[in-house]
Design a protein around this ligand. Sequence first.
Ligand SMILES: Nc1ncnc2c1ncn2[C@@H]1O[C@H](COP(=O)(O)OP(=O)(O)OP(=O)(O)O)[C@@H](O)[C@H]1O
Ligand SMILES: [Mg+2]
Length: 112
Amino acid sequence: MKLVVAMIQPHRLPDVKQALFEADIHKMTVTNVLGCGQQKGFSETYRGVVHEVNLLKKIRFEVAVNEEFVDATVNAIIKGAKSGQIGDGKIFVSSLDQVIRIRTGEKGEEAI
Ligand SMILES: Nc1ncnc2c1ncn2[C@@H]1O[C@H](COP(=O)(O)OP(=O)(O)OP(=O)(O)O)[C@@H](O)[C@H]1O
Ligand SMILES: [Mg+2]
């Protein structure tokens, strides 16, 4: 199992949600977060001296999936979030040790 975490531009949320739906991925957690990447939160045209990072509003997606859904999840996020501009976002994929459905006690791939 993997946990796919993606930071995307907030205005891309509907497109990413739609692309995930079309890929049969319906379970997700979405959070409003603040963040910055390699531009430190300033656009490439910013001319001033940067003394600190500028945190920008981002959307954080979390999708826990079985192995066979990892590629489809990543591809759907890219499809929905990519414009080709800086700040399009980033996807982090990490191993997920255990998932437990509280209601039934199911564990692992059945519970995901
Ligand atoms: N290494 C990182 N660790 C944690 N969060 C990150 C990291 N890189 C990016 N993020 C998060 O992802 C968001 C989007 O990052 P962004 O797309 O700007 O990445 P980038 O590396 O600057 O690439 P680009 O040059 O395309 O903008 C950031 O605002 C931040 O929330
Ligand atoms: Mg950036």
